[in-house]
Design a protein around this ligand. Structure first.
Ligand code: FPP
Length: 255
C-alpha cells in the first residue's frame, strides 16, 4: 500500500472543504518535489520539469488565495541544491528571475506580499536585486504572504540562531535563563511568520529534507502522490481536506 495519500474523490473533497466553520490553515508550506521525474517520464530535459513546476506555482498561489490561506511558503531551492550540476543551478536561477519579472506585477495586483528566506546572498547580484525589488514593491500587501525559501536549510538557520544568541550572551545583551522558545524563534529567518499548520510534500517522498524543522514541530504533514508539475487547485483542496480531518492536539490529551 502506498504510504502517501491517495487523491480523494472530487465530490468528497468539495464537501469536506466547504464544511461550514472549517477554518483554513493560516500557513501552508510546500516542498515542491518531482520536477525531474516529471521531465524524465516525458524524456524531456530536467529544465522542462522546472518550467512546468513554475506553472504549478502559479496554480498553487491562486488556490491559496481562493482558500483564504494567509501565508504560503514554497521551498524553491534548498541549501543542498547547490550540489546539483552547475547547468541545473543556472537553469533554476534563470527560471526564478524570469518568474519574478513576469509575475511580480500580477502578484502585487492580487495583494500578495513577497518575502524571501534563506541564504539568498549566495545568488548573484542580479537575482538579489530582483528579490529585493519584489519584497519592496509588495511590502504593504496582506492578502497572502508568499514566502520563497531560497538557498534555505533548517539546520543552518538554527545554527545561525545559536551563534547569534551565543554572541548576544557574550556581549551581555542576553542571559541564557531569559531565553524561551519565542525568544529563540526571533533569531530565525522566519521571525514574524507564524509556524506552518500544514506542510505538504509532493512526489510521494515522505521526508522534510531540512525544511522548517523548528517551525514544523506541530504541523500536520501531508504527502501527496503527485509530481509537482502536475499539482493544481484540486490537489491543494485535497491537502486542506486531509488537514481538516486531522485532530491537532499540540501534545495535549484529547478533550
Ligand atoms: C524539486 O524537484 C524541485 C526543485 C529543486 C526546484 C523547485 C523549483 C520550481 C518549482 C520552479 C520555480 C520556483 C518558483 C518559486 C518560481 P526535483 O528536481 O528534485 O525533482 P526529482 O526529485 O523528481 O528529481
Amino acid at each position: 500500500m502506498s504510504e502517501t495519500e491517495p487523491v480523494l474523490p472530487r465530490l468528497a473533497v468539495a464537501l469536506a472543504t466547504e464544511e461550514p466553520g472549517a477554518r483554513p490553515p493560516e500557513h501552508v508550506a510546500i516542498i515542491m518535489d518531482g520536477n525531474g521525474r516529471w521531465a524524465g517520464q516525458r524524456r524531456l530535459p530536467r529544465v522542462a520539469g522546472h518550467r512546468a513546476g513554475a506553472q504549478a506555482v502559479r496554480r498553487c498561489i491562486k488556490a491559496a488565495i481562493e482558500h483564504r490561506v494567509r501565508w504560503l511558503t514554497l521551498y524553491a531551492f534548498s541549501s543542498e541544491n547547490w550540489r546539483r550540476p552547475p547547468d541545473e543551478v543556472t537553469d533554476l536561477t534563470a527560471l526564478l528571475r524570469h518568474y519574478l519579472r513576469s509575475e511580480i506585477a500580477e502578484l502585487h495586483r492580487e495583494g500578495v506580499r513577497v518575502r524571501v528566506i534563506g541564504e539568498h546572498s549566495r545568488f548573484g547580484p542580479e537575482i538579489r536585486a530582483e528579490l529585493e525589488a519584489a519584497e519592496r514593491l509588495t511590502v504593504g500587501n496582506s492578502r497572502l504572504t508568499l514566502v520563497i525559501a531560497l538557498s534555505y536549510g533548517a539546520r543552518a538557520e538554527i545554527l545561525n540562531a545559536a551563534r547569534q544568541i551565543a554572541a548576544a550572551v557574550q556581549a551581555g545583551r542576553l542571559t541564557p535563563d531569559s531565553l524561551d522558545e519565542a525568544g529563540f524563534a526571533r533569531f530565525l529567518s522566519t521571525d514574524g511568520i507564524p509556524d506552518p499548520d500544514l506542510v505538504i510534500r509532493t512526489s510521494g517522498e515522505c521526508r522534510l529534507s531540512n525544511f522548517l524543522l523548528w517551525q514544523s514541530a506541530y504541523a500536520e504533514l501531508v504527502f501527496l502522490d503527485v509530481l509537482w508539475p502536475d499539482f493544481d487547485g484540486a490537489h491543494f483542496a485535497d491537502a486542506l481536506s486531509l488537514f481538516h480531518r486531522r485532530e491537532r492536539r499540540f501534545g495535549a490529551r484529547p478533550g
